[in-house]
Design a protein around this ligand. Structure first.
Ligand code: TNX
Length: 520
């Protein structure tokens, strides 16, 4: 039987909110429960509709959504703007009494995050795609009390590598659903690598024809048309997640070079296996051997085409140029390349993001460096660039959980759940202050990950752990608290059909191990 917390003191919310004050009694969903949204705000109305859809299926209740500006009827779930500006764009206040639930925020994103918290306060069965209401008849209650919440870091990211293995639009949407549940607000899409090019570029059709035709292991690959990419971006935006497109360069570019050979230097290359690969598509997993030619104007014309088209179809402010692991260029060539690409990115109105190696080049102060390997102050920071922390030994979702994990790699670390949770961004890099840290991001590289089931297995429960590192105040976090709260989430993942790793470091709720049979 799925029951929700009987007191707010026993909540299982991940990431843990800033302040939780239990009240007495509970709010119950009934046949007269409605959702009230402010009139004239389409964004909040959409969040209200999403909440209604979530509640209607498992409860079998009508849950109408109505727009109103005045006093809400009793028994309503009220979504409102007009909260104090101290909540920021993403914070919210959630007040629950026997009579009503009120989510108040300063901006629509905050209302959405408050809705995700409310969702986690309902019994896990709320995640069911089937009507539980009339069968198992759980009591659909939310314990009374008051929550005030806002994020610690502005950048709370997750990266999915769709280049090594391709993921369909539906799979990507499932992934975004998980991000939204845990208040992750950045979805970094790794769209190009040696093994595949995954985004339609009208001015360079061979990128998808040739570069999109394969993946690691020799499968058929795939790519997103512009319409599909727009669908992903919209799906994410509806959930207050910003898509950050990455085209990795000058290295990790074999798929582009296989499509347009003039992108590589025509100078004679030493005879090696790598050279043979440059002639065609590549389905192995070595890194660091491919590169665009930094001395060729063809390359900058190409980059301009790609950045222009991607910038035009990306509403978010960022373009990620990769820049990692270029083992075959000399520093001056690499630096020249990054600086020219940086100019192109800003010319098309985007803020440049790159892996930490870009700090070798002269960066604009608005550019963002994504740390992944250094354990001292990265050079980008000394130039005034902000940092996104993705330390591989803590945040790489493609690392194995244990030596026996079937999928995944081990080069950075073996990362059990506690290791993914128990680290502190402020002290991870000595000499980097909190103000220099924009946020944190987990990265799912997919050399060994072929489908959404495997992707979620590597992601859950580690991404929720990282979400708490990113969202919650350092003083509110503890491994013991997290491990007790996350134990209640497996039942939700099962009902959502999301695969996960049942870490032995958690005493998962019995309901998760033995979900009740669901009869439609
Ligand atoms: C390193 S981390 C890479 C990726 C690989 C990953 C595998 C980084 C910026 N580059 O190309 O997929 O390791 O864990």
């Amino acid at each position: 039987m799925f029951v929700g917390p009987t007191s707010l003191a026993a909540h299982r919310i991940v990431p843990v909110p800033l302040s939780v004050t239990p009240g007495s009694g509970a709010f119950a969903l009934t046949s007269s429960t409605s959702i009230v949204v402010p009139s004239g705000n389409a964004e909040v109305a959409r969040t209200g509709d999403m909440l209604a859809m979530l509640l209607r299926v498992p409860t079998g209740l009508p849950i109408p959504v109505t727009a109103a500006s005045g006093a809400a009827p009793s028994g309503a779930i009220v979504l409102r703007l007009g909260g104090p500006s101290s909540l920021g764009d993403e914070g919210y206040e959630l007040s629950i009494t026997a009579d009503s639930v009120r989510i108040v925020a300063a901006a629509p994103a905050g209302v959405f995050h408050g809705m995700q918290t409310l969702r986690q306060l309902l019994p896990a069965a709320i995640e069911s795609q089937l009507n539980f209401g009339r069968r198992a008849a759980p009591v659909w209650t939310v314990p009374a009390g008051q929550i005030t919440d806002r994020p610690r870091f502005a950048w709370r990211g997750a990266m999915l590598d769709v280049a090594r293995h391709f993921f369909t639009v539906d799979e990507v949407k499932q992934y975004i659903d998980v991000l939204a549940m845990y208040k992750i607000n950045i979805f970094h899409l790794h769209l190009g690598d040696d093994q595949g090019w995954r985004i339609q570029i009208d001015s360079r059709p061979k990128l998808t024809e040739v570069g999109g035709s394969t993946e690691v292991g020799g499968g058929r690959g795939g790519f997103y048309t512009k319409a599909e990419y727009a669908e992903i971006v919209r799906y994410a935006a509806d959930r207050y997640v910003t898509v950050v497109p990455e085209i990795d360069m000058p290295g990790h570019t074999n798929a582009a070079i296989a499509s347009y050979p003039e992108l590589s230097c025509s100078r004679p290359m030493p005879a090696s296996t790598a050279v043979a690969r440059v002639q065609g598509t590549y389905t192995g997993t070595e890194v660091g051997w491919s590169t665009f030619c930094p001395d060729s104007e063809n390359v900058y014309a190409f980059v301009e085409d790609v950045v222009r088209e991607i910038a035009a179809m990306t509403p978010g402010p960022y373009f990620h140029m990769g820049g990692d692991e270029v083992h075959v260029l000399k520093d001056p060539q690499y630096i020249k390349f990054v600086e020219r690409v940086q100019d192109i990115v800003y010319k098309h109105g985007k803020t440049m993001v790159g892996w930490e190696e870009i700090g070798k080049a002269r960066l604009r102060t608005t550019s963002i460096a994504q740390q992944w390997k250094s354990d001292s102050v990265p050079p980008a920071v000394m130039q005034g660039a902000k940092l996104v922390l993705s330390p591989a030994p803590k945040t790489y979702l493609d690392m194995k959980y244990t030596p026996n994990t079937e999928l995944g790699l081990t080069w950075a670390a073996i990362i059990e759940l506690r290791a993914a949770y128990d680290w502190e961004p402020r002290t991870y890099l000595k000499g980097v202050s909190e103000q220099q840290i924009l946020g944190v991001e987990g990265a799912l590289w997919t050399e060994t990950v072929q489908n959404i089931g495997s992707a979620l297995y590597m992601t859950l429960p580690r991404l929720p752990a990282l979400a708490e590192v990113a969202w919650s105040a350092a003083s509110d976090r503890s491994w013991d608290g997290f491990r007790q709260r996350i134990a209640g989430h497996a039942a939700r993942w099962r009902l959502l059909g999301a695969n996960f790793y049942p870490s032995p470091q958690v005493d998962w709720d019995a309901a998760a191990a033995n979900p009740p049979a669901m009869v439609p």
